[in-house]
Design a protein around this ligand. Structure first.
Ligand code: DAH
Length: 338
């Protein structure tokens, strides 16, 4: 028995286990219940007592050696498994999508409006969002007790200072600082004290436009705005002007465009009328020119103002105004290609 054990020790020392299959075969052959070492242990009981000590020692040695060999082989195959897992990455798979940002629909529409009107010579201008009573109301010919000055509409900061309720305030700033001819568009954020709903918000965006020169007439106003909506919505659009009232224009009008969804036939969006209101406009009231130091005997001009949210709603069929401001990427990502 001793010889057999020594033979095995020698054999196991020399054995090289390269694969997991070889390691498994090794385990079955030597270390399993029916393996050679178990058989030797069983036979060990029957050997003569004086042999036991010495044989026991080498048998233990054999057992440890075999176990060590098998463990080493296993560690090795574990790490090769990990390595082969690494190289099992399929580099031909499509990569994780990386989403780029999208322009906000209000910016898209604002940029488009600026671009169209700049072709007609309108230049870009800005004014402050915190305004005084003069620029927001008085210089625009609002009588002292006009309802638009009321606390319900306007966010007052103190008696004379408020968040501007419209971009018309920027008209005044331009007229005060520039000499005609003035041709400008003034986009920006405006604020009104309104309950937030699908159709109203406490802040929104407008674009204001003015053209002041010698001999500017209502015909210029109509043609400018007609060109503008044709560029914005398509050549087949129809427009109509309805008489209206604004303190700062005389005469005043509101412009409607033919509903693009039903092509004028009448639908839910245009409330069965075939028309959609998109802006207010008019000839600048002589009082407004005078208040800003422009002689109404020498110059005349037109003005218009429109809500960007409303135009974007019509262009992109947005049903609820609040979706512009909740930063939901499912909404915003739709504008990636614009
Ligand atoms: N400021 C008006 C508003 O907030 C819009 C407006 C109407 C502007 C007529 C104009 C205009 O310049 O001529 O509703």
């Amino acid at each position: 028995m001793k010889e057999r054990i020594q033979e095995l020790i020698k054999h196991i020392e020399e054995v090289k286990l390269k694969t997991s299959e070889e390691a498994e075969q090794f385990r079955l052959k030597f270390l399993s219940k029916k393996g050679e070492i178990s058989t030797l242990v069983e036979n060990f009981r029957e050997i003569a007592a004086d042999q036991k000590r010495e044989t026991g020692q080498i048998l233990n040695q054999l057992k440890q050696l075999a176990q060590q060999k098998w463990q080493e082989a296993q560690q090795l195959s574990d790490s090769t498994k990990k390595q082969s897992n690494k190289s099992a990455v399929d580099y031909t798979l499509p990569s994780e999508p990386q989403f780029s940002g999208a322009r906000h629909p209000l910016s898209i529409v604002e940029n488009e409006i600026i671009q169209i009107l700049s072709k007609l010579g309108f230049v870009y201008a800005e004014g402050p969002e915190i305004e005084d009573d003069w620029h927001n109301f008085s210089a625009l010919n609002f009588p002292p007790n006009h309802p638009a000055r009321d606390m319900q509409d306007t966010f007052f900061i103190d008696e004379e200072i408020a968040l501007r309720t419209h971009t018309s305030s920027v008209q005044v700033r331009l007229m005060e600082t520039q000499k005609p001819p003035i041709r400008a568009i003034m986009p920006g954020r405006v604020y009104r004290n309104e309950a937030i709903s699908a159709r109203a918000n406490c802040f929104f965006h407008q674009v204001e436009g003015i053209y002041i020169d010698k001999g500017v007439s209502f015909t210029d106003l109509k043609q400018t705005l007609y060109y503008f909506v044709q560029q914005l919505f398509g050549e087949d659009i129809q427009v109509r002007f309805r008489p209206s009232f604004f303190p700062f224009t005389e005469p005043s009008a509101e412009m409607d465009i033919s509903c693009q969804l039903c092509k004028g036939k009448g639908c839910n969006v245009c409330k069965q009328t075939g028309w959609l209101e998109i802006l207010g406009c008019g000839m600048i009231d002589p009082n407004v020119l005078k208040a800003s130091g422009i002689d109404p005997e020498e110059y005349s001009g037109f003005a218009f103002g429109m809500g960007i949210e409303r135009i974007a709603m019509l262009k992109y069929d947005v049903k609820d105004l609040r979706t512009y401001f909740t930063n939901d990427t499912r909404f915003l990502s739709q504008f990636r290609n614009y």
